[in-house]
Design a protein around this ligand. Structure first.
Ligand SMILES: NC(=O)c1ccc[n+]([C@@H]2O[C@H](COP(=O)([O-])OP(=O)(O)OC[C@H]3O[C@@H](n4cnc5c(N)ncnc54)[C@H](O)[C@@H]3O)[C@@H](O)[C@H]2O)c1
Length: 327
């Protein structure tokens, strides 16, 4: 039995615990919350588990084989460092954080100790992404457009630039990560962001609500990504569209559509990528074979770095080469 602890007691911890409950051989044993009371109340929803006021307490009281870190970007504390120190593998939700120096330090520690990690870029595990990747092998891509168009999540930290790092770091990072996975590394970034609507109505909102990001990849491919959080809840668009010499291919989280002059093919997602992500991680925990993990900490660092470059581009109003962000 693999014994798993969680840090964070919010929406995404619930999501992951429900998935882990479907897997054989996994036992969720405890939760660390922002307060002991919160953690205990949360643990009461999952019989047989306990709530802890700190990761140190959970480590002292449980025989942990792995930990999931599901906290907001500003809430990582020293969790990764402690887990590395105690040699406990972890799966950490994206984004890796907000503080460049801290994330870089963890990346170095992970590498130095060859620590087992996985990062929650779950779209990489989607069956239709496998089909997309294969399909792209047979053609030359002209241009790529990516988007994350939605509404502003209700959680307080998301609306605060210092706590979430903004939409591009928090959400659109999924699109950037997939672009890297499908087309290769980013060479430079030019970005613009403004708050078009939201902060006029609510002065506590410090994140931009629209942004445009122009990426040049190392291959020379041009990619344009846009995001917004101005929409009302219940509607939105997330996706990547590719224009090639053979036609147009559009991925959305639930489906992949390929259009050529003569036909339209549609593939619907069949498997839950979060489940595959969890299976890959626990396979590594159990056997030491990490080959099924599609994004570990070091890999995810490169997606985080694109958000750092975008932030620099916005503040300095210029194109930023990825080499300007040190390893
Ligand atoms: N991969 C995905 O599809 C996906 C989807 C949603 C959220 N996420 C990510 O999961 C993470 C958590 O998001 P959420 O939706 O669960 O947020 P949430 O606000 O619902 O929950 C966050 C939880 O973390 C706790 N917390 C805050 N600071 C803490 C700290 N210092 N120590 C311990 N606990 C702390 C809060 O009390 C809360 O219980 C974020 O990084 C988010 O980007 C990923």
């Amino acid at each position: 039995m693999i014994r798993v602890g969680f840090i964070g007691t919010g929406g995404f911890t619930c999501h992951h615990v429900n998935i882990l409950n479907e897997l054989e051989n996994i036992e969720v044993v405890g939760f660390v919350g922002s307060s002991h009371e919160k953690a205990e109340t949360f643990a009461q929803g999952y019989p047989g588990t306990s709530g802890y006021s700190s990761l140190e307490n959970m480590i002292a009281n449980e025989q942990l084989d792995a930990v999931y870190i599901c906290v907001p970007p500003m809430g990582h504390e020293n969790y990764e460092e402690l887990l590395i120190e105690h040699n406990i593998p972890f799966l950490v939700e994206k984004p890796l954080g907000i503080e460049e120096a801290k994330v870089r330090h963890i990346k170095h520690k992970v590498k130095e100790t060859n620590h087992l990690t996985s990062v929650g870029y779950h779209f990489r595990y989607a069956d239709i992404i496998d089909i997309f990747k294969d399909h792209l092998k047979n053609q030359e891509t002209g241009i790529v457009l990516g988007k994350w168009m939605g509404s502003m999540p209700g959680v307080y930290w998301w609306r605060n630039q210092k706590q979430s790092g903004g939409q591009f770091n928090e959400q659109t990072t999924h699109i950037i990560d997939l672009i890297r996975y499908l087309f290769g590394e980013v060479k430079s970034v030019y970005a613009q962001e403004v708050n078009a609507i939201t902060s006029k109505k609510d002065s506590s909102v410090t994140v931009a609500d629209v942004g445009l990001f122009m990426l040049t990849l190392e291959s020379g491919l041009l990619v344009q990504v846009s995001n917004t959080a101005v929409l009302p809840g219940g509607i939105g668009e997330v996706g990547i569209k590719v224009y090639t010499e053979k036609g147009m291919t559009e991925w959305q989280p639930g489906q992949l559509e390929m259009k050529t002059p003569n036909k339209v093919e549609r593939f619907l997602a069949k498997h839950n990528p979060y489940k595959k992500e969890a299976e890959a991680f626990f396979h590594a925990v159990e056997t030491g074979d990490r080959s099924k993990i599609l994004s570990d900490y070091e890999e995810a660092w490169h997606s985080f770095k694109v958000a750092l470059a975008a932030e620099k581009s916005i503040s300095e109003k210029r194109l930023v080469d990825m080499n300007e962000i040190s390893e």
